[in-house]
Every structure is written in C-alpha cells, then in structure tokens.
Design a binder for this molecule. Structure first.
Ligand code: KIV
Length: 263
C-alpha cells in the first residue's frame, strides 16, 4: 500500500489490511520486502525499544528519530507515525509543530489516540494535508485514566461512546481507525458502520485489518501473552541460541577460522 487511497480501496474490495509496528531501519528493510501492507512507528517504542513500562515516555524527538530510520528502510511502504503522549494536547500551534516534525521525518500519516478534544485538530490536520489514523478502545496513553491495560467497551454505555467516537473521527476526516482491545462484536458493528477501514489489535476477526507489535509477533517479549496475540516466531529463543553458539565457538577457538581471516 502506498497511499491513503489504498486503504479505502481495500475496504471497498473487502481485502484485509495488514499492519506491523516498526521502529528501526533493519526491520524496515525486511518489512519492505514482505507482503505486509503498512508500517506503524508506534509510540510503543517507548516500551519495546527503550524499556519503559508504558508509552507515556515516548517523546516527539524519539518518534521523529525512529520514524526517519524506518522510512530510510521502508521502500514504498506506507508509514504511519504515532503522535506521542501530550504532543497533541497543547494548543494548535504547538500541536502542529510536533506533527510537522513527524511528517518531515518522512511519515505519510500520523496516528492519535481518542476522539474527545481531538476532533478540531483532526480537521485542521486534514486541511493541512496530513492524513490522520484514529485509535480507540484501549488507548495506552490513557493507561492511568483507564486503570490499567484492560479490554474496553464491556458495557453498553462504553460501547455507545466508542461507536460515537469512531463516527466523529470519520466525520472529521480520519482515513482509518485502530480498535484496540474491544469485544469482537463491538468491533464488528463499528466496522460495519464506518466507510473508513478499522484496524484491530485485540478487536477480533471482523475488523478491516490487523496490527501487531513487531516484537510481540516475533516472540521477542517472553512473558507477554495477551489473548489477542499470536506469535509467528520464537525470536527470543532463536536469537539466544545464535548468541550462545557464537559464544561457544569463540571460547572454544572455533571462530574465526582461516575462512574468516585475511591472508
Ligand atoms: O504504539 C503502538 O504500537 C500502537 C499499536 C498497538 C496500534 O499504537
């Protein structure tokens, strides 16, 4: 996928959209040669790349640095850059300065969490030529307000609110919306009610697309096994084994040999 028009097109053709988070040049190069549709430089990088407990520690400078690295490896993949915690709640001028940084780092669109208080900004971004992806349900930047990383939209009132927010984001011009950790039935209803595609993560099988955090899907985060996660590789063990083999060969004098040496 190369532009936001492809998102619309996929929804119209009922073709699923695949998105993976990516935070660096090396993985971007692999993903560039894969069939995955779209890369997200998620603010989850605060956790996966910098070891923080939540996404609240992601800053605009971090996001811009990682976005630029991803874009250098991503070929013609569509790259979405997350707006980090608080960076779009500071008044229009400041907000736009931060968005400018992410876009000038090479993102093709930005993603922001929640609808309440963001709708005017989404409209303004659209008028400024910046495509916006929404993010509803479990919005990790609000983890303290939500009382933890919990499934959202369990009761009728909460479901109504998420449905309304999805429509508000669509009306404001968002080109797609991530639905994180909501009951499948709710995600299905929202997906049916929207013209723009929904991208699920813990939203069940009926979203228009799916996103997973790269380290999680590659099995590099042992101990982290939420219900929605499927691991496609045992990366932690596979890489540990490679490191151990290297260590063993070095310590036993088996590497380097003549083959890896200059005459
Ligand atoms: O930052 C992130 O990784 C995300 C995904 C979970 C959608 O926002």
């Amino acid at each position: 996928m190369k532009t936001i028009l492809d998102f619309q097109d996929k929804k119209a053709k009922k073709e699923k959209i695949s998105m993976v988070t990516c935070y660096d040049y090396t993985f971007a190069r692999i993903l560039a040669e894969s069939d995955v549709d779209c890369l997200l430089v998620g603010d989850s990088l605060a956790m996966t790349m910098h070891g923080h407990k939540t996404t609240l520690n992601a800053s605009v400078n971090m996001m811009a640095l990682h976005t630029a690295a991803v874009v250098r490896g991503a070929g013609d993949k569509f790259v979405v850059g997350d707006l980090p915690f608080m960076s779009y709640r500071k008044g229009l001028t400041a907000n736009m300065t931060y968005v400018e940084k992410i876009m000038k780092a090479g993102a093709h669109a930005v993603k922001l969490e929640g609808a309440s208080g963001n709708i005017e900004l989404v409209r303004h971004l659209l008028d400024s030529g910046v495509p916006v992806m929404g993010h509803l349900g479990l919005t990790p930047q609000s983890v303290n307000q939500l009382g933890g990383f919990k499934v959202q939209g369990r009761d009728e009132k909460a479901q109504k609110k998420i449905k309304e927010q999805a429509l508000q984001l669509q009306d404001a011009g968002a080109f797609s919306v991530v639905l994180e950790c909501v009951p499948s039935k709710l995600a299905k209803e929202i997906t049916a009610s929207l013209e723009i595609p929904t991208i699920g993560i813990g939203g069940g099988p009926d979203c228009d697309g799916q996103v997973l955090v790269l380290q999680d899907m590659l099995g590099m985060t042992p101990g982290f096994k939420p219900k929605f996660l499927k691991q496609y590789f045992n990366g932690f063990e596979a890489m540990k084994e490679a490191f151990n083999t290297y260590h063993q060969e070095v310590t036993e004098g088996k590497f380097p040999t003549e083959k890896e040496s200059y005459s």
